[in-house]
Design a protein around this ligand. Structure first.
Ligand code: ADP
Length: 328
């Protein structure tokens, strides 16, 4: 089939994926494969900019790859690999840094945020983060990058770097990528307040057992105004209801919507129903994951094969880049 272009996406190796990652990124990864030639990268080098320890880097990369594959990323159609396995990206990063004004990097909102977050570790790599990200995208000549709106400045930056490079060296080597804004829900954590994330420990891992999942769901915060079982609830402000809308059948959603408002159903039953539906939705994924996890070497082989495919593209681009610059 003729594909509509090449998609690149990278994610830091954060280990087992939670529902936020699943709904916000992984499901989209799976869908994009039908129409695009996809390259998905576990960006371990990016992770070094903020990491205190690297001891879990390997296992986290494996766990993440397992989740992606179990969710339906198809290595026979898609390149899936680990960033550092294709060292050409570091070389392109250096070349791009020469056409990048420093002020542009220090002005980026994401950089300022990181400085606030880790004032004692404002390392050189942190400033160069968007340059490495641009190198990832440009090395593979990606046409589209699926991102949330918060990443818009980085994609704009990537486009500018590509233009600057092509202009400075007088050759049209690098391809300006386009943003593919993905309309994803901001998945809230079990606290019902903040974005689901590992660091806040308000997450539900997709690979959890049904029992663990149910236990986490039972901790979810519902409509805070509903104190007693006999109080009517308001599904419009309830995070459990928003999740029902994603994972439950239309009948269940309608039932909860009606019965919650007239206190016909309590929060406990509502959560049990959500946990059941969520577990049913995730069951096939979990089954695939268990099988895949039986043979970790096979996963490393998939990642190695992906790196070889990625490297073929990377070597070609770097040859063009070196020629354009005029390196001896
Ligand atoms: P990264 O630094 O690689 O973005 P994250 O773990 O923060 O690592 O996110 C990985 C992907 O999952 C991103 O595309 C992000 O937008 C998405 N994601 C993470 N948490 C959530 C959430 N709570 N709701 C929606 N999407 C999320």
């Amino acid at each position: 089939m003729n594909k509509k272009g090449r998609v690149f996406s990278g994610a830091r190796p954060t280990g087992r994926q939670h529902l936020g990652n699943y709904l916000g990124a992984v499901q989209n990864y799976v869908k994009l494969q039908d129409e695009y030639e996809c390259i998905y990268c576990i960006v371990d080098v990016h992770a070094l900019t903020t990491m205190e320890t690297t001891k879990d880097l390997k296992s986290n990369s494996l766990e993440m790859a397992l989740d992606w594959l179990a969710a339906g990323v198809r290595p026979e159609d898609t390149i899936i690999f680990i960033q550092s396995h294709v060292p050409e990206v570091m070389e392109l990063h250096t070349m791009l840094s020469m056409v990048t004004p420093l002020g542009k990097l220090t002005d980026l909102p994401t950089f300022k945020e990181k400085v606030r977050e880790q004032p004692n570790n404002v390392n050189y790599g942190l400033v160069g983060y968007p340059v490495l990200m641009a190198a990832d995208i440009l090395l593979y000549k990606a046409n589209f990058v699926p991102v949330g709106v918060d990443q818009a400045p980085h994609i704009e930056f990537t486009r500018e770097v590509a233009r600057s490079f092509n202009f400075r060296y007088g050759k049209n080597v690098l391809v300006e990528p386009q943003m593919k804004v993905t309309e994803v829900p901001k998945v809230l954590g079990i606290d019902g307040q903040q974005k689901m994330g590992k660091s806040l420990n308000n997450h539900i891992e997709i690979a959890s057992s049904p029992e663990e999942t149910q236990a986490r769901v039972m901790q979810m915060v519902t409509d805070p105004a509903r104190i007693k079982r006999s109080d009517p609830g308001n599904p419009d402000v309830c995070n459990v209801f928003s999740m029902h809308k994603i994972f439950s059948s239309r009948e269940d959603v309608e039932m909860v919507n009606v019965e919650c408002r007239r206190a016909g159903i309590g929060c406990v039953d509502c959560k049990k129903l959500y946990a059941k539906n969520l577990n049913e939705h995730l069951a096939p994924l979990r089954e695939r994951r268990t099988k895949l996890a039986d043979d970790p070497q096979a996963i490393w082989d998939i990642l190695d094969h992906g790196a070889q495919q990625a490297r073929t593209i990377a070597r070609q681009t770097m040859q063009e880049v070196r020629d354009a610059i005029g390196l001896p």
